[in-house]
Ligand binder design. Structure first.
Ligand SMILES: Cc1cc2nc3c(=O)[nH]c(=O)nc-3n(C[C@H](O)[C@H](O)[C@H](O)COP(=O)(O)OP(=O)(O)OC[C@H]3O[C@@H](n4cnc5c(N)ncnc54)[C@H](O)[C@@H]3O)c2cc1C
Length: 440
């Protein structure tokens, strides 16, 4: 690298992590961010003193890099492990409270429980162990297979509904029809075993603290990468077309946002970046006039019913210290592709649909609403249909040959905050030979 100046495009947790590690190593880093605040998909909403996570909802206890940053930013004392249970509203009108500490899940039935534990032993303990938040290995048999092709017996029905569909909804906010078996296996091990952790200042408080240590220029979208003799030498700004030069550029936006930045000679990269498909969702936020059951932090509709809003999180039960009013705030999660039609509909249409679906999960809730908002997420999580992991590996291989540029995105390591950080660690290693806490 000719100079120790690095430009990072995007101040999500991926871009911020890369910036932080590079700065620690003596590099001059400037982060250019399109929006007015850091954090990307970690978003905090404030209303009358209550603070609500309306982007990412929790860190997992196996997020080694994220937990390291939380401590480094002196946020350790704000960490809280989410306790409480998940309640399902079943098709027959009954409710089932799922307690993660109870090894027997009634919804799966006896045969389903046996199959699940056999599966855990076979694949996760003695079989192929997937590294957390890293896509490093081609597994063509899993990658080319649709997840339901792994559950073909008629006895698999409860597993398909209450394990596969629930993991797909919880892990990606998408229906399992768009998921490869490889993606399911990653989510299974990442969701099933760890504890969930929140921060009393909000999930985004980590990004806010990290940004204070870095030079971030907000409302500065980047239009294009600039190349000279086949090497990336800087970026062109959207606002006035001016060029900023650097020894290395790290592109840390979502792939669809990065695609138009690619210069002509990076056509192969542009094609991959454009191909990544995201769950899009208009997220309803309902401020209730009362607290709900403090022992339940997440409500699910019966996954068989495939409701547009598949589940909702009670932010009061999840993180009571964030909601001094003591009244529940429900954040609804729309399921792709059921939400696609709603993306460009007015807020009242979105809220009407969400209210109907959440009423099924929590009877009475539609009458307890004091105030409501909608936050539109264009990028929730990337979908990994069959073949997607191979495409990521091909992209990563091709990107190694490029000069002056690296890519950071949670997509490249399997989606989630930790994936963004592991991806950042790889980019930093490329720039200076060191980066991050390496995950197993
Ligand atoms: C509703 C929701 C719930 C989620 N729940 C969880 C969860 O519980 N746990 C978890 O681990 N993950 C969760 N995720 C996913 C997680 O938030 C992301 O995987 C992670 O934050 C991605 O980080 P990133 O840095 O790769 O990208 P992003 O956070 O998307 O950051 C990209 C940044 O690039 C900026 N940008 C875009 N274009 C330009 C441009 N042209 N010029 C300059 N800047 C640009 C954007 O404004 C943004 O700030 C959730 C996401 C959503 C939306």
């Amino acid at each position: 690298m000719e100079s120790r100046n690095v430009i990072i495009v995007g101040a999500g947790l991926g871009g911020l992590s890369a910036g932080y590690w590079l700065r620690q190593r003596g590099y001059a880093v400037e982060i250019l961010e399109a929006s007015a605040q850091p954090g990307g998909r970690t978003v905090l909403l404030e209303r009358k003193g209550d603070r609500v996570d309306i982007g990412a909802q929790f860190y997992h206890s196996n997020f080694h890099n994220a937990l390291g940053f939380i401590d480094a930013m002196n946020l350790g004392s704000t960490k809280r492990t989410i306790s409480g249970n998940i309640r399902y509203a079943l098709e027959d009108g009954s409710f089932f409270v799922f307690d993660r500490r109870n090894p027997y899940n009634k919804l799966l039935g006896f045969r389903g429980n046996l199959r699940m534990y056999r599966f855990i032993l076979k694949f996760l303990l003695f079989g192929r162990r997937l590294p957390h938040y890293l896509i490093s290995e081609d597994m063509p048999d899993w990658d080319s297979m649709e997840v339901f092709d792994g559950f073909t017996s008629p006895h698999d029905r409860p597993m398909k509904d209450f394990l596969v569909t629930v993991i797909s909804m919880g892990g990606t906010s998408g229906l399992p029809e768009w998921m490869s078996y490889y993606c399911y296996m990653r989510h299974f091990s990442n969701i099933f075993f760890p504890n969930y952790i929140t921060l009393t200042g909000g999930i985004a408080s980590l990004a806010y603290e990290m940004a204070k240590h870095l030079s971030v220029r907000y409302e500065t979208p980047v239009r294009k990468l600039v190349t000279e003799k086949g090497r990336v030498v800087g970026v062109q700004l959207e606002s006035n077309g001016s060029v900023k030069k650097a020894g290395h550029v790290i592109v840390a936006t979502t792939p669809p946002a990065a695609a138009p930045m690619m210069p002509e000679e990076m056509e192969e990269q542009r094609r991959f970046l454009e191909s990544v498909t995201y769950v899009q969702s208009p997220m309803p936020i309902f401020f209730l006039d009362r607290p709900l059951d403090r022992n339940i932090w997440c409500y699910f509709n019966d996954p068989k019913l495939r409701k547009t809003y598949g589940y909702a999180i009670d932010e009061l039960s999840k993180a009571p210290e964030m909601i001094p009013s003591g009244k529940s705030v429900l954040v609804g999660f729309g399921i792709d592709p059921l939400t696609l039609d709603l993306m460009d509909k007015p807020d009242d249409v979105v809220l009407k649909k969400a209210k109907e679906d959440i009423e099924l999960m929590i009877p009475g809730s539609s009458k307890w609403i004091e105030d409501a908002r909608v936050h539109r997420h264009k990028f929730v999580n990337a979908l990994y249909p069959p073949g997607a992991h191979r495409s990521v590996l091909d992209f990563l291989e091709g990107a190694k040959t490029l000069r002056g540029v690296s890519f950071v995105s949670s997509v490249l390591c399997g989606e989630a905050i930790e994936a963004a950080m592991v991806s950042a660690a790889a980019a930093v290693r490329r720039v200076c030979g060191w980066g991050g806490v390496l995950t197993s």
